[in-house]
Design a protein around this ligand. Structure first.
Ligand code: ZN
Length: 417
């Protein structure tokens, strides 16, 4: 989903805006008179555009007469339903300004992406009130897609209330991951959010907070995991609330609200992805494999993933006794189950990196022990590896020390409510 939120956060933190409206409101938005109140008692903040449809909480507006009014009506209805799910029933704090004013959603068929949401500061709302822009013809042959984008953007309206924009683009990964999941939770019949797992699947060994190549949309898998296996959708909401007014990065906030090691959460998510055991896992794109083996290898070396990125390795059989060396969390998944140890039958080896070190990870049945090389600070994982496949002195000990079996803490293994 090419939502332009990362560009918008960058613009709001001082970078040159990709679209001037990311930081400068259209003139019509600047002069609220509040005299025209609509059915729900709320008014439009500023002047109406040429065309508008009003609900109880949103006003969908546009200038281009070729935009389909039925499409606008469908978007408005979806937004009002999502408001009920998220704000009325879900307990998300309502967006800034929405207690008095209709939330404005502008349809613009010339938008460079599927949509974005920004905030405009005024004397009354120095923190900024939100406005959403949607492209009503983006993937126009898939009406559900556009409706899902609208709900996704409502997610951003809610997020702006709780998170300031000073961290810019680098903060956007959890905004996008969560808004994708918000679209699923507020409009579960649409399911187009699941398309975004493709962007994780193409680059699973990327650092967890990468904003390039749409990876951040694929990180909705973390929200799915947190929701279904850790603390429910309320826990995701409470993570956003816990971060209000704080500068802490998302990995720290998520570790705090879950009470778990952030890397362990990502590793457990990855094992669920490999096993296909998340609730809608059948809709999710399988991650690319960094390697595939018909039989468990004697010993293989791969470059480590980026921090909290994951390698998925398919092994066709003979894996009992397989060991892993490296600064990684290790998981074992079959189709439909996560195991405590590598099985003899087919499975997927799941390796999630703990660090940003440009190290290597070894795996197989027989770690080499015959060629000693220096291992700085006793860590075999970061040692250079010769062409002969040699690894560090005492590799078996290193395996024992460096390898971490993936075990989800008991507090995290409660069944989905
Ligand atoms: Zn977005």
């Amino acid at each position: 989903m090419p939502c332009l939120l990362p560009d918008t956060l960058a613009a709001l933190s001082g970078e040159t805006p990709a679209d001037v409206r990311m930081v400068t409101p259209p003139a019509a938005f600047g002069a609220p008179d509040g005299t025209v109140r609509r059915a729900g008692g709320k008014a439009v903040y500023g002047d109406d555009l040429t065309f508008h449809l009003d609900g109880l909480n949103f006003t969908v507006q546009w200038e281009d007469a070729t935009i389909d009014g039925d499409r606008a009506a469908a978007i408005l209805a979806e937004l009002e339903d999502a408001w009920t799910a998220l704000v009325v029933e879900g307990g998300w704090p309502a967006p800034v300004s929405s207690e008095t004013w209709l939330l404005r959603v502008v349809l613009d068929a010339d938008l460079g992406g599927s949509g974005y949401t920004t905030v405009y500061a005024t004397d009354a709302y120095p923190e900024g009130y939100p406005v959403t822009y949607l492209n009503p013809v983006y993937e126009g042959d898939r009406p559900a897609y556009g409706l899902s984008v609208a709900v996704h953007e409502l997610g951003h309206m809610l997020q702006y209330r709780l998170r300031d924009t000073s961290r810019g683009r680098s903060d956007s990964w959890f905004w996008e991951a969560t808004s994708e999941w918000v679209a699923e939770r507020a409009a579960p019949e649409l399911d187009t959010y699941a398309d975004s797992t493709y962007w994780y699947a193409q680059w699973p060994d990327a650092r967890f907070d990468r904003v390039e190549r749409f990876h951040l949309y694929g990180m909705l898998l973390l929200d799915a995991y947190l929701d279904e296996r850790v603390f429910g959708f309320d826990g995701i909401r409470d993570t956003w609330i816990a971060g209000e007014g704080r500068a802490d990065p998302w990995d720290m906030l998520i570790a705090e609200t879950t009470g778990a090691d952030f890397g362990a959460l990502i590793a457990a998510m990855a094992a669920e992805v490999a096993a296909g055991t998340l609730r809608e896992g059948a809709l999710y794109e399988p991650p690319v494999r960094v390697a595939t083996h018909a039989e468990a290898p004697e010993w293989e070396i791969v470059d480590a993933p980026e921090r909290y990125g994951t390698h998925y390795i398919d092994i066709g059989g003979g894996g009992a006794g397989l060991v892993v060396a490296g600064d990684v969390w290790v998981g074992y998944a079959t189709d439909g189950a996560i195991l405590d140890a590598p099985p003899d039958g087919p499975f997927t080896l799941v390796l999630t990196a703990l660090t940003d070190d440009e190290g290597e990870v070894g795996y197989g049945l027989t770690p080499p022990v015959d060629t000693p090389i220096e291992a700085p600070e006793g860590c075999a994982c970061a040692a250079p590896v010769g062409g002969s496949g040699a690894l560090a002195v005492g590799i078996a000990a290193a395996v024992a020390r460096r390898r971490r079996l993936l075990r989800v803490p008991a507090a995290l293994s409660a069944p989905t409510p």
